[in-house]
Ligand binder design. Sequence first.
Ligand code: PMP
Length: 318
Amino acid sequence: MSEPSVLDLIGGTPLVPLGRLARGLRVPVVAKCEHLNPGGSVKDRIALAIVDDAEARGVLTPGGTMVEATAGNTGVGLALVAAVRGYKLVCVLPEKMSEEKRQALRSLGAEVRVTPNAPPGHPDHFQTVARRLSEEHGWFLTDQFRNPANPLCHERTTGPELWRQTGGALGAFVAGAGTGGTLTGVGRFLRRVKPTVKIVLADPEGSRLAGLVREGVLGPDGRYLVEGIGSSVVPETLDVSVLTDAETVSDRESFETCHRLVREEGLLVGGSAGTAVAAALRTARRGDLDGPVVVLLPDAWDRYQSRIFNPQWMREVP
Ligand code: PMP
């Protein structure tokens, strides 16, 4: 057992009903507030689970180093866990990532290595560099897109929390997929305890995943601005067979819904929460649900002030 710390505050997040946005719909819509985790995102859960699992397997030992290949929320979650548990963290990020993100990781004590922008498979691609560093130095590669500890932690914590908090009255669960860990883990748990529950993918327009759920083949590849969700390939941590439905949401609808969450519900969330809630509102209009819709809000608004909350930037969004 580890000492009491801020890591004990990861998970156990509250549910808040969307009283304004969902007014008059067939069923209530309630939000799981993952943006209230100590590091500001749902990724705190997998950061802790990945480290706990690596410690238990003996692949991460006291004072050891972890290497991670993203700039986003998982980097912050891992940096938080590394700070508390006394590990070193090296984050490898491509040049295109914002200075804000590099700075946040450095502020938390992580070492940041910037690689040139390069396509997947290229020796300079940030994921290839992270893997090479792990092999050369014997550092632990956290590997969120492949690590089974990612979906498993949602199956063991997020899913059961939702079940308890709703008293089992739940018609659908709606979330986006980056690694797919959240939807896979929560979906596996909920479908086991209630086989009729709908598990709905909220997908950005331009991601190929929704096509796979609706038509059985990947959809067309496009560009989009919402961060952290959607993909052109199926991540190993996404089990498509748990998904029952998919909703496609444009950038504009995602960001406008995000603004409404902030201004009408006081929920200080990022753009992918807008995508998920837009999909949840559509789901709540369906006639075939036997309970409320639960939607997951992945992260907090502070990383998006220069973008989604900047009227000048918003004017350029198609
Ligand atoms: N929203 C944001 C902002 C994220 O960073 C992520 C994680 N990439 C997600 C949603 C999706 O979570 P998951 O990786 O569990 O699919």
